[in-house]
Design a protein around this ligand. Structure first.
Ligand code: SAM
Length: 222
């Protein structure tokens, strides 16, 4: 799937990706499909050239507009919780650099993604296109989801919300999973909501994460 002409295929970075995968395993990531996606997606292409040497450390990095490409462990944990299967429709809120969207593409999902910052939206679209990843991207407020393509088999929110945005719950398919960090602006816990059947949901909570805020009508105010 990758367009190797883009400079993404650099043996030095391939070796570092292997190291990152080992790190993720040591931190408890078990899903072999998720680990395989991390061994393929060139994270260094999603950050500025000056940061490329830090791209395979397990840390968040700045991408402009006071936003970040999330820590790889966080992306891996959210992706595991999503349980996205090939062919499923997955909505991501918070495109940022486009890295999480690329990981979802490697899992074989049909990816829809929403970003509120125009500059990030444009940059992510061009990075994903350059690498050969096909996603539907939209500029706008993702706290209201993306009703035109609903329902989704999985929805992931990559910014911290004050409460679970109800529009996102309503855009889930039966058996659909919503993974969203919820808390105050300092710390959040990961909430996974599974739609068991129409009007019946299961909710699970996972410990302590730190995200930039989800800003919008059903999120934090700017
Ligand atoms: N998933 C991204 C990646 O792989 O690089 C990282 C996302 S970054 C931690 C969170 C992103 O959510 C930021 O780009 C931010 O602008 C975006 N965001 C915050 N509130 C949003 C909203 N209401 N709708 C869409 N995007 C939003």
């Amino acid at each position: 799937m990758l367009n190797w002409g883009s400079g993404a295929h650099n043996p030095k970075f391939k070796q570092r990706r292997k190291g990152l995968v080992e790190k993720l395993k040591s931190k408890g990531i078990k899903d072999a499909r998720v680990l395989s996606a991390f061994s393929i997606v060139p994270r260094h292409v999603f950050v500025d050239t000056a940061l490329q040497n830090r791209a395979y450390k397990d840390t968040a990095l700045p991408i402009g507009k006071k936003q970040t490409i999330s820590q790889p462990f966080t992306v891996a944990r959210q992706t595991e919780l999503l349980e996205a299967k090939p062919g499923e429709k997955v909505l991501e809120i918070g495109t940022g650099s486009g890295y999480q969207a690329a990981i979802l593409c490697e899992l074989g999902a049909q990816v829809y993604t929403v970003e509120r910052h125009k500059k990030l939206y444009e940059k992510a679209r061009s990075t994903l296109r350059e690498l050969g990843y096909s996603v539907q991207a939209k500029l706008g407020d993702g706290t209201k989801g993306w009703s035109a393509y609903a329902p989704y088999d999985a929805i992931v929110v990559t910014a911290g919300a004050p409460v679970v945005p109800d529009d996102l719950i309503h855009q889930l398919n039966v058996n659909g999973r919503l993974v969203v960090p919820v808390g105050n602006e300092e710390r959040q816990e990961m909430v996974r909501i599974i739609k068991i059947r129409e009007d019946e949901y299961e909710e699970e909570h996972y410990s302590d994460f730190k995200f930039v805020p989800l800003i919008g009508e059903k999120g934090w105010k700017e």
